[in-house]
Design a protein around this ligand. Structure first.
Ligand code: G
Ligand code: G
Ligand code: MN
Ligand code: NA
Length: 254
């Protein structure tokens, strides 16, 4: 059997699950109280192959169109989970291009919010710039409709593709996530530090919050905090894990 056939039954076989990675306010010493929310990251445990990375199965799901059904499952699962957390912890969910361009996204988000009882302001949708390249006008219209629901929009992996400043001017982002490639190189090359500093300044000028991804060391964290970066995410703060591992933060033991 080929992988994409198995993928089509993965949801109903219960092979898909979500891990959660904390996001926190940047400070030199991140405490539990600094955690502002979590990003949901899909995981697939294949019955014979074991762990399959989302970097592999999300593109497969995109090609086969399965992403629509899978994305709906992920969004519902993440919102349901987050609805039980202490307010105002946020939940961030990644949207893939096919999902974004699918006609019913706004209605889907709206109905999942109603169904789960999650306050719209606690849901953050992460999109990559690639999503917007395909159809600029449609992208702007769609983001406006999503924002009208009260959800927040983040630009994911900023700086990793053909990021254009035009996007920042035209799309109503609430948050920009600096790609981890820049963070990894902090302290290794001065260019990365300059770029990170500039993106933080840009975000503040635009009144958009800036989150650095891929923070793996205390040195990186200190640099980001001292530069006024708003948020941080990465292994140094916390690894993606089943929510039970973060029971102390979400206020229950599951
Ligand atoms: O968690 P890492 O865990 O390995 O994820 C790898 C890639 O897969 C990242 O680019 C991440 O954004 C993407 N990804 C993880 N979970 C999801 C998801 O639920 N939906 C989409 N569209 N992408 C996801
Ligand atoms: O594209 P997106 O930013 O959604 O992807 C999140 C990806 O980043 C996931 O694969 C997640 O496992 C990974 N990730 C999260 N924190 C770190 C980190 O500190 N270092 C590295 N190398 N990867 C990370
Ligand atoms: Mn993401
Ligand atoms: Na990212």
């Amino acid at each position: 059997r080929v992988l994409h056939q198995d993928l089509s039954t993965a949801i109903r076989n219960g092979e898909l699950s979500l891990h959660y990675q904390p996001q926190a306010r940047a400070s030199e010493n991140v405490l539990d109280a600094d955690v502002t929310g979590f990003e949901a990251l899909a995981r697939w445990i294949h019955p014979t192959r074991g762990f399959v990375s989302p970097g592999d199965f999300i593109p497969l799901a995109e090609e086969s169109g399965l992403i629509v059904e899978m994305g709906e499952w992920i969004l519902r699962q993440a919102c349901r989970e987050a609805a039980s957390w202490p307010v105002p912890l946020q939940i961030a969910v990644n949207l893939s291009p096919a999902q974004f361009m699918h006609g019913d996204l706004v209605n889907l988000v709206h109905s999942i919010l109603i169904e789960t009882g999650l306050a719209p302001g606690r849901l953050e949708l992460e999109i990559t710039e690639g999503v917007l390249i395909e159809d600029f006008d449609r992208g702007v219209a769609l983001l406006r409709r999503l924002k009208a629901l009260g959800v927040r929009i983040s630009m994911d992996d900023f700086g990793s593709g053909y990021s254009s400043l035009t996007y920042l001017q035209s799309f109503p982002f609430d948050k920009i996530k600096i790609d981890r490639a820049f963070v990894i190189n902090l302290g290794l090359n001065p260019q990365s530090a300059a770029i990170v500093r500039a993106v933080i300044g840009l975000g503040h000028g635009l009144d958009v919050s800036i989150v650095a991804e891929g923070v793996e060391t205390h040195e990186q964290l200190c640099f980001l905090a001292s530069e006024g970066c708003d948020g941080v995410q990465g292994y140094f703060i916390g690894r993606p894990a089943p929510i039970a591992q973060y029971a102390a933060l979400v206020g229950r033991v599951s």
